[in-house]
Design a protein around this ligand. Structure first.
Ligand code: ZN
Ligand code: ZN
Length: 355
């Protein structure tokens, strides 16, 4: 799977003659090939992938619909790109102004006989809407993470540490077919749960605590992202109230999520519910974020996002309540936005689970 054609078709709209991609996520999107080094160049006439000897054989085997050329001592990235820029008459070359270092920008600017035009946001917009093949990959990564978590549930008991649970969950995702976890797994129990991005510690979990698991699998380069909060032994009335509030807020956000509404509106539906329940100041982050090749990408369902969300965008739905020094609850599903509403691709139950 590659997206050279989709990029080429956008160039006229973007008022560019070509797009140069050096950042790994955009290269993977364009070429369908993962490597630590490389350059994609898409002009109105041709498409290219340049890489070094470590990847050249695999790139030549895997990449279709583009010329693949070797970068070596005699042929630098700059020299290869310049050849294409001259051959295809490129006057305006888009680059990733949101991802490129200043030093690289300066080097390209001096070397190329054309104008460099910041176009990173254009790539974000293009990647925001997922096609059928990308959805398949997202579903596959989601299934792996869910199978792993379901198996992990049997391991949760007083005395086991957060770090042991995180290690086991990572192991289970890999044995179920993940290439790797899509981000550092979060396991936060008891008072650690009030820190939304807590790092798993050697703290053993205890009866009467919540444990928040935030985890994802990467498969074929696409990420899943899921959060479930479970309880150990028993729950207090307050714990049940917080859990129910987060769940109802998430359902309100999901009900509001559809193509054409803004990220702020989706966030607001969940936030209003939490605020009305008296926990407004304890929901500090946004309702959701886009995901795909990257675990955080455009668009965003947060108060700052005033633009309408497009059909085909994939966003998380993850409100939380975090009571400092006490506890935290977050529940996260992943939604594919449609004209009518959304499709929730997370299959795990959201009933309060007391283990
Ligand atoms: Zn997450
Ligand atoms: Zn997330």
């Amino acid at each position: 799977m590659n997206h050279f054609r989709q990029i080429a078709e956008k160039l006229a709209d973007w008022e560019l003659d070509a797009m140069m991609l050096t950042a790994a996520p955009n290269r993977l999107y364009a070429a369908g090939f993962r490597s630590s080094a490389g350059m994609v160049l898409v002009t109105r006439q041709s498409a290219w992938f340049f890489t070094d000897s470590r990847y050249i054989e695999a790139a030549q085997d895997a990449i279709q619909d583009a010329g693949v050329r070797l970068v070596d001592g005699a042929h630098s990235y700059t020299a290869l790109a310049r050849e294409v820029i001259e051959a295809d008459g490129v006057a305006r070359l888009g680059f990733e102004d949101d991802r490129m270092s200043v030093a690289s920008y300066e080097a390209y600017r001096k070397a190329f006989p054309c104008e460099l035009v910041g176009a990173g946001a254009r790539m974000d917009e293009l990647r925001m809407v997922k096609d059928a093949e990308e959805i398949e990959k997202l579903l596959a990564s989601q299934k792996i993470a869910e199978a792993a978590f379901t198996e992990l549930l049997g391991e949760i008991r007083p005395g086991v540490t957060e770090r042991q649970l995180a290690a086991k969950l990572d192991y289970l995702m890999l044995t179920h077919g993940a290439e790797k976890p899509s981000f550092d797994t979060i396991v936060a129990s008891g008072t650690n749960g009030s820190k939304p991005h807590a790092v798993p510690s050697d703290k053993p979990v205890e009866a009467g605590e919540f444990i928040t698991f935030d985890f994802g699998a990467m498969k074929d380069g696409y990420c899943s992202d899921t959060t479930r909060t479970v309880a150990v032994g028993f729950v207090t009335e307050e714990m049940r109230k917080v859990y129910d509030t987060v769940l109802q807020a998430q359902l309100a956000g999901i009900a509001a999520a559809k193509a054409g509404v803004t990220g702020r509106q989706v966030d607001g539906a969940a936030r209003d519910y939490i605020t009305a329940a008296g926990y407004g100041e304890y929901f500090g982050h946004g309702f959701g974020h886009g995901l795909g090749i990257e675990v955080h990408e455009a668009p965003t369902a947060a108060p700052s996002y005033d633009r309408p969300l497009p059909a085909g965008a994939v966003i998380s739905a993850e409100p939380g309540i975090y009571l400092p020094g006490k506890l935290g609850v977050r529940i996260e599903d992943v939604l594919i936005l449609t004209e009518e509403g959304s499709r929730d691709i997370t299959g795990l139950s959201k009933e309060l689970l007391i283990l």
